[in-house]
Design a protein around this ligand. Structure first.
Ligand code: UDX
Length: 443
């Protein structure tokens, strides 16, 4: 018998995980405390945009393999394996992660657990969280230490979340010490039987290492991005071209070309808050020195936003007040409607505060952007956003923006001036069409 799965927290991570577990043949019950979200999911409407998610959600809601609830009691009753996928945002006014939702999920679920089961943390947490929660779980659960806690970090990327979940690059099992370990490992191997059968590497680790893996992976990715953005600063100082530099060093397989795209830098719900949470935790552990370099990684990243604003000022042929600016992109990256810590909206907001009239267009993130940044103006198409603009900024590298015809766009703008914040346009083509073209780290 396949284990029955529950997923606590149906955000970007949890909803995707629930849908993909159903696709892999499991009976799944998703829980969220937001009743509206549960209703939407139960009606096969994903609460966010993620390519490929909607058809799978529909398929498994219709065949009954996937259901959603707001009831922890129903979850406890249903599941053999409970995945905790709730958010761990940055604490207000601090670097540390806010664990309220993780703590709540375990506190709500534990007293209802009447039979042996595995609780699996997937949320990104400061190392030590699992060790703190395990005894709380066993103490509060009627079934005692037969409610076992393991950690199984998630590495999915938004925009590729379905594929990353169905076909992960690696699977990490963080197992507790003692008799719970073989039980946890056996159940996790059942859950991931297809991926393991397809050759996906499994790394079996202790709880601390598993929690650290996620933080370390995100810190490395953030560092790689900030490294190439630092090189972009040097390219600007010397007349070099960072895109060519990235190609040149990326051919070395020890370095690799991925995550060497210089530009406006990283945003989103993970990298920025995860590197800060990691620094905060290292400090608490007395190992703060180990991660001081992440301060620099963060600072380089923040400088990108300021640099794009400066560059816009350099190109703009008039004062900010009264200037019409088109911003293409609101999502923190393409193929997503997620605007959490979006570099694009951060720049748009700064220009608006300078007195410019800023019109934003994004293929998917308009509704979210409107809600969070109501003072900006929004347009339903690239041409409408750019109509009469004195300057166009491309700040999220959607294919729709890469494919824009500079001649056609040139007909609707007031001034042919563009800042390519993601190095995603062809400078030769845009300049040939009479545009003043500027980009980060490129002549
Ligand atoms: C990230 C990790 O990749 C993923 O493994 C983890 O589970 C969650 O955090 P995600 O936030 O979805 O995933 O986005 P990612 O593709 O990593 O991009 C993060 C940010 O970095 C985006 O704003 C993106 O535009 C930026 N980026 C990425 C660059 O600026 N340059 C690059 O070369 C790559």
């Amino acid at each position: 018998m396949k284990p029955r799965i529950t997923v606590v927290g149906c955000g970007y991570l949890g909803a995707t995980h629930a849908v993909c577990m159903a696709e892999l043949g499991f009976e799944v019950l998703g829980l969220d405390v937001d009743a509206e979200r549960v209703t939407a999911l139960q009606e096969a409407r994903p609460p966010f945009y993620e390519p490929g998610l909607e058809p799978l959600l529909r398929k498994h809601v219709e065949n009954g393999r996937l259901r959603f609830t707001t009831s922890y009691a129903e979850c406890a009753d249903f599941g053999d394996v409970h995945f905790v996928c709730v958010a761990t945002p940055q604490r207000d006014g601090e670097f540390a992660a806010d664990l309220t939702f993780v703590d709540q999920a375990v506190a709500e679920l534990a007293p209802l657990l009447q039979r042996p089961c595995l609780v699996v943390g997937k949320s990104t947490v400061p190392v030590g969280t699992a060790e703190r929660l395990a005894p709380l779980l066993a103490d509060a659960a009627p079934v005692g230490d037969e409610a076992v806690l393991a950690w199984n970090p998630e590495f999915l990327r938004e925009g590729f979340a379905v594929d990353d979940t169905l076909r992960p690059g690696r699977i990490v099992f963080g197992l507790p010490e003692g008799p719970g370990a073989p039980y946890a490992e056996a159940l996790l191997r059942q859950v991931y039987v297809d991926a393991i059968g397809n050759g996906t590497p499994v790394v079996v680790a202790d709880l601390a290492t598993a929690q650290l893996t996620k933080a370390a992976a995100n810190a490395f990715l953030a560092t790689k991005i900030s490294f190439i953005n630092a090189m972009a600063e040097l390219c600007e100082a010397t007349g070099g071209d960072v895109t060519v530099l990235a190609d040149a060093i990326g051919h070395d397989p020890r370095i690799g070309r991925k995550f060497l795209n210089a530009g406006l830098g990283f945003g989103g719900g993970c990298l920025p808050k995860d590197i800060r949470g990691f620094m905060a935790r290292a400090g608490e552990l007395g190992a703060g020195d180990a991660l001081t370099f992440l301060r620099e990684v963060d600072a380089i990243n923040q400088r990108r936003r300021a640099r794009v604003v400066d560059m816009a000022q350099e190109v703009l042929d008039r004062p900010w007040a009264g200037a019409k600016i088109a911003v293409l992109g609101a999502a923190f990256k393409p193929e997503s409607d997620d605007i959490r810590d979006s570099p694009a909206l951060n720049v748009a907001g700064r220009l608006h505060l300078f007195g410019a009239h800023v019109t934003v267009h994004d293929p998917q993130a308009m509704a979210n952007a409107r809600r969070s940044w109501p003072t900006l103006t929004y347009a339903d198409s690239v041409l409408a956003a750019c109509s009469g603009a004195h300057l166009v900024l491309v700040l999220t590298e959607w294919d729709q923006f890469r494919e824009v015809d500079p001649d056609r766009l040139g007909e609707v703008v007031a001034t042919r001036a563009v800042v390519d914040g993601r190095n995603c346009l062809d400078p030769v083509r845009w300049r040939a069409a009479g545009w003043a073209y500027r980009a980060l780290g490129r002549p």
